[in-house]
Design a protein around this ligand. Structure first.
Ligand SMILES: [Zn+2]
Length: 141
C-alpha cells in the first residue's frame, strides 16, 4: 500500500515519505516532520469567531477570548485551500506537533496490502440513507 490515510484530509505517501492532501494530492511536507510546516497559516483574532456576548464598551469580560492570551491558528492546503487543522494557541506559540508517525513501522504494517486497498476514514465512510426509524436504548422502534 502506497498511500495511507491518516486524517480526513491528510495521507502519507510511503514511496516518497511525504504528507499529502487527500483532496488534491498536493505534497505538503516530509512525513518524518510536522505536516503543519507545509500548510498555509491564518492567524486569526479569536473575537472574529467568538464575538462578544455583551457590550465590550461597558464590560471588561465579554465571554469572548482575549486576543492577548489566545489566537486561533487555521491551517490550509496550499494546493486546494481545504482547511486541514485549527488550533487555539497563546500568541507566538509554535504549531503543536500532534502526529509523529513511525514511518518504518507504518511501512512494515502496510507492506502486505495492495496499492488500491481502501482504509475507510472520514469522508470515505459509507453513508446509510436508511428510512427506517432508529431504535432507542431499549431496542424498540
Ligand atoms: Zn489540497
Amino acid at each position: 500500500m502506497r498511500f495511507v490515510p491518516m486524517t480526513e484530509y491528510l495521507q502519507i505517501d510511503l514511496e516518497t515519505e511525504r504528507w499529502q492532501c487527500r483532496r488534491c494530492g498536493r505534497e505538503i511536507a516530509s512525513a518524518r516532520e510536522n505536516y503543519k510546516t507545509g500548510l498555509l497559516v491564518f492567524d486569526r483574532d479569536p473575537r472574529e469567531i467568538h464575538r462578544p456576548l455583551i457590550d465590550p464598551q461597558r464590560y471588561e469580560f465579554t465571554f469572548s477570548p482575549d486576543p492577548q492570551w489566545c489566537r486561533i491558528v487555521e491551517f490550509y492546503c496550499p494546493g486546494c485551500g481545504t482547511m486541514v487543522e485549527v488550533e487555539y494557541l497563546p500568541p507566538g506559540h509554535p504549531p503543536t506537533y500532534d502526529m509523529e508517525i513511525d514511518i518504518d513501522a507504518l511501512r512494515a504494517q502496510k507492506a502486505g496490502l495492495d496499492d488500491d486497498a481502501v482504509i475507510p476514514l472520514g469522508r470515505d465512510l459509507p453513508v446509510n440513507f436508511s428510512t427506517q426509524a432508529h431504535s432507542n436504548w431499549t431496542g424498540e422502534r
